[in-house]
Design a protein around this ligand. Sequence first.
Ligand code: ASP
Ligand code: MG
Length: 446
Amino acid sequence: MIVLKFGGSSVADAACMRQVAKLAEAALPKAPLVVLSAMGKTTNGLFDAAKAAEAGDLAEAMSRQRALMAAHRKAAEELFDGVVPESLDVALTDLFGELELLLRGVAMLRELSARSMDAIASLGERLSTRIFAAFVGGAWVDARTVLRTNEVFGEAVPQQAAIRPLAEMHLKSQVGPGRVVVTQGYIGATEDGLTTTLGRGGSDYSAALFGAALDAEEVQIWTDVEGVLTCDPRIVPDALPIPDLSFAEAAELAAFGAKVLHPATIQPAVEARIPVTVRHTQKPEGRFTTISAEVRSGGPITALASRGPVTVLTVSSTRMLAQSGFLARLFEVFGRRGVSVDLVATAEVSVSLTVEADVPLKPLLQDLSAFATVEIHEGRAIIAAVGERLKSTPGLGAKLLTALGDINVEMISMGANEINLSLVVQEERTAEALRRLHQVLVGTPS
Ligand code: ASP
Ligand code: MG
């Protein structure tokens, strides 16, 4: 079987849902389990309604509830050409009745616990899947019967050992070639049956969990990009989808804020050796990225990412010469002040490190001045060249620096896992640096 997960933008309205239905139908021979997010920005709408209720503004909460209801009914009517089947109509009425009750309760108590919020937030996925399942004539499965979590509402942790037998019981018999089974992303339930959510954007995580529990052949994450790109396309218009990405590479890119799915969320699938593909809902025949545990990518550098602004601190001490314990003392200060250090490069009498631009420097400098002098360089950016083959490619450093030409590199650091080579440059030169590196080093994977 395969899992197909569609995000909010893929099911934003009736036209989008028709496209998703086509893709689900095309996957019929492969026994598809379709995992859906809430339609468009519905989850945000539910949060806003709940917040309004908590503030005691019931009128506002109800008006948001009605707006959500109108959008869902409109989608259903468009899908069914004005004749919504009675069972769907009843289901929608029930779900919106439930939402209204919850919002009234919150407004009355002016109290919104994480537990109540989860109950409210769960409605987005429960609504989208009801409409879609009715439209494709598929089986609708309540994810809460399978996706067992702990009781940390709002950020619940899935219990994989429990999920497997539950999937066996409630999902496995439903899934098969020739039928579409539809369930919700993002939501789960505790052992006592209380509704939980996995945290915002949690549907990818759900898809990976369902895939792992059902030994899927593949987990497909359908979204609005053709996979994970070699660089941010707003900066490098030539950026292309990466055909094969290792899990470690995906993790590095995500740490640099690349708009990839969060690797932690696909871990259950990757651990189970199930490939995860990222695909474009509107361009199903187009390119896509396969993320897997193995390394399959070709070039030395798979992708480029950047992060800025950051501040470079160069800490010097003549006393550091031939001394042990200096680094311990240095990092103790950062630890005590709760400042996280990103890159580090050391020379004999100085250490350069980067910190986020917004950390309060004053207390840090005060402590450091007891045993060192500090130079501060603000307005810098980190560029990361990420690739599994980085470490085994001779001459890459020279190529990299040559490609950068007149852009000065102020710091170089190779990540501990050696698949990330980081460079620090002036922030205003970041875009140019990325374009130059991309042209020479990333080239055109296909
Ligand atoms: N609907 C949820 C959210 O918007 C979960 C998801 O889309 O993945 O956060
Ligand atoms: Mg979403």
